[in-house]
Write a protein that binds this ligand. Structure first.
Ligand SMILES: *[C@@H]1O[C@H](CO)[C@@H](O)[C@H](O)[C@H]1NC(C)=O
Ligand SMILES: *[C@@H]1O[C@H](CO)[C@@H](O)[C@H](O)[C@H]1NC(C)=O
Length: 440
């Protein structure tokens, strides 16, 4: 584990950027320790991706740190002891949807409605999808088909990812009374090293399909860097698709892809049939090696898509569609989830404007993406959340975390403020993968 102080990290990132601009492969300049870590990680996981990347686009010039300005944290009920975090009652949207999200065995499309979800939508008729449910997880289903990553965080976070047994005995994973799967961060008041957290990866891999996350809550708060993403082998050759990602108090999601050279965002993205509900936040080049590992990202224009904004709205559904036309990410707030998704008959052509799009015209999916595992993780500090600790400007981050917390570094904050991580949890209703036929 390589721990860097923020000034050192900022310096290192600056070096990587200038190397990247000069045309060098930036990872050649990473420390030997990091290379060793990466090699070790490669041996232990088919899906690795984020591990070499540096994510810091969208950051702004570090502002002054006014000391004495402290954020007040509300201590909310423990999500493990309540059906929802809004008061312990099972009246949240999570409950409404969890009843239709409980089937864990693949079903094939037949009839007007999809399998067990038909009962939840008695008055709705949606066309049968061309896609069949291949894998589905909700509640305790997540204990099989996913592996717990239990080695160092390749993105240099102040976390100790733990194995399943440790996660369960420390109540860092669990199923609440609403039937939703929880993954959270250790809230022990003080830790001398890293804080325990969770990173899980699917055992199955997928090439193409529709990937649907229904979540009620996601980690938020200064120091957090959660993500729901997928990636392939031989990074970046197999590609990486970041579906949900952000840091600290951000409220607007950023979706990003990382690829081999040759994949770009069209310059007319946002117009006509390339309309998106997002802004391009970095460059148009998606090549990891040519962008300091930053890839090409789009940040949603909606503050209900990430962090506190997402959570206060009861979350919602993210759907990533990966087919011959390209890759698209859609977001649907809790109150406007399409009937075809609820009914288990997904039809992306009916979903309207995506949050993000990478069309095949400039990024052929069959060339740049294969054999993806799906990953959830919550890291703390590290390359991105730590790197922008003193920055402002991103939506939700009017004030820097340094200013909000009065603590100079992310690492110091994480080590001494366990209660601040009460909101750093995922509450997942379900993850579902649809393909026309299983393709790994
Ligand atoms: C849950 O809701 C019911 C009905 O609205 C109410 O009577 C009860 O007090 C609530 N319980 C909690 C813990 O809020
Ligand atoms: C991708 O998956 C296919 C089908 O399981 C497999 O044959 C192939 O070896 C995989 N490729 C890599 C690079 O893992």
């Amino acid at each position: 584990m390589v721990l860097l102080h923020v000034p050192t990290l900022v310096f290192l990132l600056a070096q990587l950027m200038s190397l990247a601009e000069a045309g060098f492969a930036p990872h050649h300049s990473l420390s030997r320790a990091t290379e060793r870590l990466h090699k070790f990680a490669i041996r232990h996981s088919a899906g690795l991706a984020r591990d070499l990347r540096v994510v810091f686009y969208g950051r702004d010039v570090a502002d002054q740190i006014p000391l004495g300005s402290h954020k007040v944290y509300c201590k909310l009920p423990d999500p493990f002891n309540n059906g929802n975090v809004n008061g312990g009652n099972s009246t949240s949207p999570a409950t409404a949807t969890s009843s239709s999200a409980g089937h864990s065995t693949p079903t094939s499309a037949s009839g007007t409605h999809g399998s067990t979800t038909a009962a939840a939508q008695p008055t709705t008729s949606v066309p049968v999808s061309q896609f069949k449910l291949q894998d589905s997880w909700s509640g305790s289903d997540f204990y099989s088909g996913w592996s717990f990553w239990d080695t160092a965080d390749p993105t240099h976070g102040n976390v100790q990812f733990v194995d399943q047994q440790t996660a369960q005995s420390n109540q860092l994973v669990g199923v609440n009374s609403a039937g939703n799967f929880l993954m959270r961060v250790e809230t022990t008041p003080q830790v001398s090293g890293n804080r325990k957290s969770i990173r899980i990866t699917t055992d199955n891999t997928y090439t193409g399909g529709i990937f649907i996350l229904d979540a009620v809550h996601m980690p938020t708060g200064c120091g957090t860097w959660p993500a729901f993403w997928s990636n392939g082998p031989n990074w970046p050759a197999g590609g990486e698709i970041d579906i949900v990602e952000g840091v600290n108090d951000y409220t607007n999601n950023q979706a990003t892809i990382h690829t081999n050279p040759g994949c770009t965002i069209p310059s007319n993205t946002g117009q006509g049939n390339l309309a998106v509900t997002a802004d391009i936040v970095g460059g148009l080049n998606c090549a990891a090696a040519e962008t300091g590992n930053a890839g090409c990202g789009m940040r949603s224009t909606s503050s209900s898509t990430y962090g506190a904004g997402f959570n206060s709205n009861g979350g919602g559904v993210y759907a990533m569609a990966w087919d011959d036309s390209g890759i698209r990410v859609f977001f649907f707030p809790r109150n406007s989830i399409p009937d075809d998704i609820t009914a288990g008959q997904p039809n992306p052509s009916s979903w309207g404007t995506p949050m993000a799009i990478w069309p095949s015209s400039q990024c052929n999916p069959s060339e740049f993406f294969y054999n993806h595992s799906i990953i959830f993780d919550t890291t703390l500090c590290g390359d991105w959340a730590g790197g922008v600790w003193a920055s402002t400007g991103a939506p939700g981050q009017d004030q820097s975390c340094a200013a909000r917390t009065g603590v100079a570094t992310c690492q110091e904050y994480v080590q001494n403020n366990g209660a601040a991580f009460q909101q750093a949890y995922w509450e997942v209703v379900s993850v579902k993968v649809y393909q026309k036929s299983r393709q790994s």
